[in-house]
Design a protein around this ligand. Structure first.
Ligand code: DLL
Length: 439
């Protein structure tokens, strides 16, 4: 490729593995020390025979620490995971908490500075510099995507426009007025940008856009390519979660071949989600993360429910931090349709690989008598939409067959005009499961 890679902290990003592991051990000890100051771990860790940081002697001792789950975080709401005096806390973020009690993460000043360092490193690694104008088109507020990227962008020295999500007409005005070169948004929103541009009469040539960071929800490689083609930009996958600060946990570099997990800030493990056994050979499984960089709310061995795996070969960019495979599903995303397991990402893969299919889709599951009924509603590209029902029926049948071949379930397919299915301002809601609960 002849590409020149740029590093924010070269000595850390390309650190020899042995040194990186030694650094992880040092930081793990520190994180265990921090954790023991929280009410939750002060009780949990001694039960596992860990009474002080000195009980961690090697990285293998990590496995003596019990897993932490979302339920643990909820159960200890609001302050059970707080490890510093309340007056030293300067910020909190909370998970979207669609059901039940939210989970809250607290930061002291040093935590915020460490976090923005990881985001800055991620942004810089995609080739951005202080010459860029960065429009952060994602929700600000309790969600970590807004302020997280904002701080990282400022640290790189970019001009950051805190435009937030939504209000698309204004977004384009900002892009034109300030010469925006980089944007951050969810992939589902980015898929819509081009059609909104057309509707608003904004020409691609009037924009200086060259890159986007897309994350906070799963998307396929075909979706990435589609956005890149639609907008003629480079799209970089960005992964994170509020329990691990937010964005800046794992990020693609310019090689765009897996997401580097910043292993001086986070320890990643892959486990079998059913047996909880470690999977050390590059297999896919549930990602478990330990945060090494947050004192106010230390979280150890957190079960993310995200499915991924590590690449075993090194990256062409020279970074030594291992790469995660694109996260396409969560263990709790799985639908069971008449006994067959289905991840929504399997449907996305089919839809986004078909050139006739549009940029938005919706999955509906209902009960019909004793059976589950799967309907895939998909938009189709404007050029394939006609008043003539014959070609439309043929296309519907083609999509149905392609889906069935891939998911082994026979779905009902509905075709919708481009731009007619609902778009969410935050994370996309792709699945409507209308089946009665507990049946
Ligand atoms: O979504 C943090 C974030 C903000 C990441 C902006 C990237 C960009 P939460 O709201 O806590 O935090 O949601 C975390 O979103 O466990 C994954 O299931 C999913 N997720 C995040 N990034 C990706 C990604 C933020 N790149 C949850 N690919 C995680 C797939 C992702 N899923």
């Amino acid at each position: 490729m002849g590409e020149t890679f740029q590093y924010w902290r070269r000595e850390i990003e390309t650190m020899p593995r042995a040194e990186l592991l030694a650094l992880q051990l040092e930081k793990l000890k520190m994180a265990v020390g921090w954790a023991l100051r929280t009410p939750f771990y002060a009780e949990r860790l001694p039960r596992a025979g860990i009474n002080s940081a000195d009980d961690i002697k090697t990285l293998a001792d990590l496995r003596r620490i019990p897993f932490t789950t979302k339920q643990d975080l909820r159960g200890a709401f609001p302050y059970g995971f707080l490890g510093v005096p309340r007056e030293d806390v300067v910020r909190l973020h909370a998970s979207s908490g669609t059901t039940g009690t939210p989970t809250t993460i607290y930061f002291n000043r040093a935590d915020l500075s460490r976090w923005s360092g990881y985001v800055a490193r991620s942004i810089y690694g995609t080739g951005c510099t202080k010459n860029d104008v960065f429009q952060n088109m994602i929700t600000y507020g309790l969600f970590t995507g807004g302020l997280g990227f904002h701080a990282g962008g400022e640290e790189v020295g970019m001009l950051v426009i805190p435009s937030g999500a939504g209000n698309t007409a204004r977004q384009f005005r900002f892009m034109q007025d300030f010469g925006t070169t980089v944007v951050h948004a969810t992939p589902s929103f980015l898929l819509h940008v081009e059609s909104i541009m057309r509707a608003e009469g904004v020409s691609r040539e009037s924009l200086r856009l060259r890159k986007a960071f897309a994350g906070a929800e799963p998307y396929s490689e075909d979706t990435r390519r589609r956005i890149e083609k639609l907008l003629n930009i480079d799209v970089y996958n960005s992964y994170g979660l509020s329990e691990m600060n937010g964005p800046g946990v794992a990020f693609e570099c310019q090689a765009k071949d897996g997401l580097h997990l910043w292993e001086d800030g986070y320890i990643g493990e892959i486990i079998n989600p059913d047996t909880l056994d470690p999977l050390d050979g590059g297999e896919s499984g549930e990602l478990v993360l330990t945060c090494l960089c947050r004192e106010a709310t230390p979280i150890l061995r957190y079960r993310t429910r995200d499915l991924s795996g590590f690449y075993t070969e090194p990256c062409s960019c020279g970074r030594t931090h291992r790469r995660l495979r694109r996260i396409t599903a969560r263990t709790d995303d799985m639908l069971i349709i008449n006994g067959v397991n289905l991840f929504p990402s399997q449907i996305e893969e089919v839809i986004m690989s078909m050139r006739e299919a549009g940029n938005n889709y919706l999955i509906v599951v209902e009960k019909e008598g004793m059976l589950d009924r799967l309907t895939v509603k998909t938009e189709i590209q404007a050029e394939f939409f006609t008043d003539d029902t014959r070609p439309l029926n043929a296309l519907k049948e083609k999509i149905r067959k392609t889906l069935q071949a891939s998911i082994t379930i026979n779905p009902r397919v509905e075709l919708h005009e481009s731009g007619s299915l609902p778009v969410s301002e935050g994370k996309a809601r792709r699945v409507q499961d209308l089946r009665p609960k507990d049946v």
